[in-house]
Structure formats: structure tokens, C-alpha cells
Design a protein around this ligand. Structure first.
Ligand code: F6P
Length: 469
């Protein structure tokens, strides 16, 4: 690896915050997909550290570089490793297993071997670029072995780990052939953070049952005398900067354009997701179609805009979910649409922040219906953009965000009738009721923004080291 400067603050995540746009000769970068990047980018800027991750496609040079003021250290993955570590172990084993086996996880020994190998590469890179006593913050399910690997190399550094997705109950986690290795990997951290208290409790229970380490609430006692903490830190977004963007005349103008293109007087339902089988996209579109069929809403009164950003496109279950959703969109539009009036506008694309803010401003009812979701930052982004305290949020009770956004129209996405009722209720709600709900949700996100999340985690991490001596 090329010489890198030593840094007191290091973020380690599977992906860099920017992706190399492939097929382009000159270096072109775009924001990487997913909530992790949305949340962590402002944290890295504030701490002026380095971010270690995979650049999404092959580079000529893997030396540290800078994009838009961020210091980035790219990690190389071979084609085989992308298949086995990223598409295989991370996204065909761990992702479905940790999301309540919404899809069936596959277990392959060669995927596990690649996972170990790639985790070691990330740990080596972190060990090499962390300054003495640095803080190294490791993120998400792709890198659960890094904490212990890094501790073995660099016992001086403080290691935090944060899991952005749900941590499963013991009955599901037990299926994993490498369950003990994963637990031991995570125990290498000084502080392990989860989105919800239930995830932290599942982890402590597994560590007790499988590895025999005692715990008292969130405190875990290891046999070698070391202690660590596992607890919930619900992640958030940069409220101030997103709200500022949403208030700009450009975003306002674009949101008016969107409204007039869709038909000014129509209620706009909006879904924004990575195209993933955990997100419940088909269920919400079906519920919307049925409301039209049953004449509870008319095509002239309402439209559904679904943004589905491309994700993990070579993984079989993602290929299948895309076909499934597109079949439903085609069927609903074919059966219920007429010239100039489509019930569903389906956009298989990702958009810049400005366009997303304009969509959030244009919508009347935001529909977020995952079967399982660590947090779901889209729900928080919608609320942040609604500075006039209007608009409704329909939110799955299985998203981490439901713990905080209690004033949303909470739904069980498996229950299509319940979903229909809630979408209709949200559309017809009294504006005063909506304003009361929105005010409370906005206060919650404003007071618990990404800065308070990072500060709390990093302060606790600093305290951990002092407690452990
Ligand atoms: O938050 C979950 C997560 O898997 C992140 O780790 C990841 O960066 C994001 O979603 C997008 O997924 P991917 O990197 O596989 O495109």
C-alpha cells in the first residue's frame, strides 16, 4: 500500500462516501448510495479525519486522495472478492439474515473466506493510517471482524463499531455457521452501537449464551478483564443543512414544477428507497392501486411517485424484486391509467440532494413501509424538508425511525388493508392534525440530529477507554 499520513480520526466503512462513475476516463465521483453515507459525511467533515472504503469500481491508483474536502483511502477489491465478500457474504447471507430473513440467506464457505480476507485488508489499512491513540470508527455488517483484527494489530487505538442495520434475535443469528467468529469480531471494539435497544439486547444475550461472557445491562465483561459497552444510538441526519437546502428558491421552484407536472390539485404520494426487497415497495403500490379500484380515491385526485434507486444489481434477489415491482407498476398503470393520467410514476434512478429535497417538498403523503430497517433516514429527511408543518408520513413500525417519529401514521406493511386505511387517512387528515404531528416529528429530528448522535457516540467511546483503564 502507498504511504499514507497518520490520522487521529479514522472512519472505516465498506464504501467510500463517493463512487467512481465507471466508464469515464477522467475521475468523476458521485455520492454513494444509502443512509450510511448521508449520515457520516458531515461527521467526517467535522472531525477532519480519513475515510477508508471501497470506491465502487477499480482505480488505477489506491493512494490516499481528496474529493470535495474529504480525505479518502480507497481499498481495492478484486472481481472475485466483490462476488464473494460483497454480493455473497454481505448481501446474500448477512443482509437477509439480519433483516428477519425476509429473503432466504445463503451460506457458502468460500464467501466466508473472502469476508475474512477482506475484513483483514480493511483492518490492516486502518492500522497503518491511524495515529497513536487514534479513534477508529468501524461501520456496518460488512466489517464485523475488523474490531478484533484491528485490536490485535493496534491495541493503542480506541475502536468504536456501529451497526446501521437491525441486529437479529438469537433464534435467527444462531443459523449463521460463523456466529461465534462474528461475535468475537465485534467484541474487539470498546463500544458497539446499535440502532435500537432491542439490537443491543440481542447482542448481549448472544455473547452471554454463546461465548459465556457475563453482562450487566449494556456492560459486557470479558474473561481477560476487559469490558465494553453495547447500546443503542439511533442515527440521524444533518437537519440544519438539509432544511437550509429545502428553503432555497431553487428547491422551492423545482418542487412547484414537479407539482404542476403531476397535476397541481392531485395528492402526491411519495416513496423513496434503494430498490431492496426489505423496503415493502410492492405492498404500498398494491395498496394504492386497490384504493383506486375501490373508488376510494380517483386518478384525478392522487398520484404515486416511487423513486427506486438501483442497488446491488447483480444479486439474484435484487434482480427478482426489480422484476416483481416493475410487473406490478406495469399492471397497475396498464389497468387503471388513461392517456395523460398514470396512477404511478416509477423512477428507477438516483437523484442529487436538491432534486430529492424538491420531491420531499412537493409530496403530500410520504410512504415508508419496510419490513425491517435499521433506521430509515428517508423518513427523517422528509420531515426535515417540511418546514411549513404540512404533509403526512406513513411509516412502518418495523423501521427504527418509528421509535422516534411516534406521530407518523404507523403501519404494519404486511397488512395491506391496514396500509390502505392509513394511506387514505393520511390523505384525508385535517391539516391541523397534520401540523401538530409534523411539528412534534420535526422537533424530534432537530433535537436529535447527526451531530448529537456522533457526539454522544464519540464521547461515550472516549469514556470507555477511561473506564477500562
Ligand atoms: O445502511 C445499510 C447499507 O448497506 C450501508 O452499509 C451501505 O453503504 C448502503 O446501505 C448502501 O448499500 P450498498 O453499499 O450495498 O450499495
Amino acid at each position: 500500500m502507498a504511504e499514507t499520513s497518520k490520522c487521529p480520526f479514522v472512519v472505516v466503512a465498506n464504501r467510500l462516501p463517493v463512487d467512481r462513475v465507471s466508464g469515464d476516463d477522467s475521475a468523476q465521483w458521485r455520492t454513494s448510495p444509502g443512509g450510511l453515507v448521508t449520515a457520516l459525511e458531515p461527521v467526517l467533515r467535522q472531525h477532519n479525519g480519513v475515510w477508508i472504503g471501497w470506491p465502487g469500481s477499480a482505480l488505477d491508483d489506491y493512494a490516499q486522495f481528496e474529493v470535495d474536502g474529504l480525505n479518502l483511502l480507497p481499498i481495492e477489491l478484486t472481481g472475485d472478492e466483490i462476488e464473494a465478500y460483497y454480493e455473497g457474504m454481505s448481501n446474500s447471507t448477512l443482509w437477509p439474515l439480519y433483516h428477519d430473513v425476509v429473503a432466504k440467506p445463503a451460506f457458502h464457505r468460500e464467501w466466508w473466506e473472502a469476508y475474512v480476507q477482506v475484513n483483514q485488508r480493511f483492518a490492516d489499512a486502518a492500522a497503518q493510517c491511524a495515529a497513536r491513540d487514534a479513534v477508529v470508527w468501524v461501520h456496518d455488517y460488512q466489517l464485523q471482524l475488523v474490531p478484533a483484527m484491528l485490536r490485535a494489530l493496534r491495541p493503542d487505538v480506541r475502536i468504536g463499531f456501529f451497526l446501521h442495520i437491525p441486529f437479529p434475535p438469537t433464534e435467527l443469528f444462531k443459523q449463521l455457521p460463523w456466529r461465534n467468529q462474528i461475535l468475537e469480531g465485534l467484541l474487539g471494539a470498546d463500544l458497539v452501537g446499535f440502532q435500537r435497544p432491542g439490537g443491543a439486547a440481542n447482542f448481549a444475550r448472544l455473547v452471554r449464551l454463546r461465548l459465556g461472557h457475563k453482562n450487566h445491562r449494556e456492560r459486557i465483561y470479558l474473561d481477560d478483564g476487559r469490558q465494553l459497552t453495547a447500546q443503542a444510538y439511533p442515527i440521524s441526519i444533518d437537519f440544519t443543512s438539509l432544511e437550509k437546502l429545502a428553503r432555497t428558491p431553487q428547491v422551492q421552484q423545482r418542487s412547484e414544477e414537479i407539482r404542476s407536472e403531476l397535476g397541481d390539485s392531485r395528492t402526491i404520494f411519495l416513496g423513496v428507497d434503494r430498490l431492496d426487497y426489505t423496503k415493502g415497495i410492492r405492498q404500498r403500490l398494491r395498496a394504492f392501486g386497490e384504493l383506486i379500484v375501490d373508488e376510494l380515491i380517483s386518478l384525478d385526485d392522487a398520484v404515486f411517485v416511487q423513486v427506486a434507486s438501483p442497488s446491488r444489481e447483480r444479486v439474484q434477489q435484487y434482480i427478482e424484486v426489480r422484476h416483481d415491482i416493475e410487473r406490478w407498476v406495469g399492471r397497475i398503470n396498464g389497468d387503471l391509467g388513461r392517456i395523460g393520467r398514470q396512477p404511478i410514476h416509477y423512477l428507477h434512478s438516483s437523484y442529487p440532494r436538491e432534486e430529492m429535497a424538491a420531491l420531499f417538498r412537493a409530496a403530500d403523503v410520504m410512504v415508508v413501509t419496510p419490513f425491517a430497517d435499521g433506521m430509515n433516514l428517508v423518513a427523517k429527511e422528509f420531515v426535515t424538508c417540511r418546514y411549513e408543518n404540512n404533509g403526512a408520513l406513513v411509516l412502518s413500525e418495523f423501521a427504527g425511525a418509528a421509535d422516534e417519529l411516534r406521530q407518523a401514521f404507523l403501519v404494519n406493511p404486511h397488512d395491506i388493508n391496514g396500509l390502505r386505511d392509513s394511506m387514505l387517512a393520511a390523505m384525508l387528515a385535517d391539516p391541523r392534525d397534520l401540523a401538530r404531528r409534523m411539528r412534534a416529528m420535526r422537533r424530534q429530528v432537530r433535537e436529535n440530529d447527526i451531530d448529537s448522535w456522533a457526539t454522544k457516540f464519540l464521547t461515550d467511546l472516549a469514556g470507555e477507554r477511561m473506564r477500562s483503564g
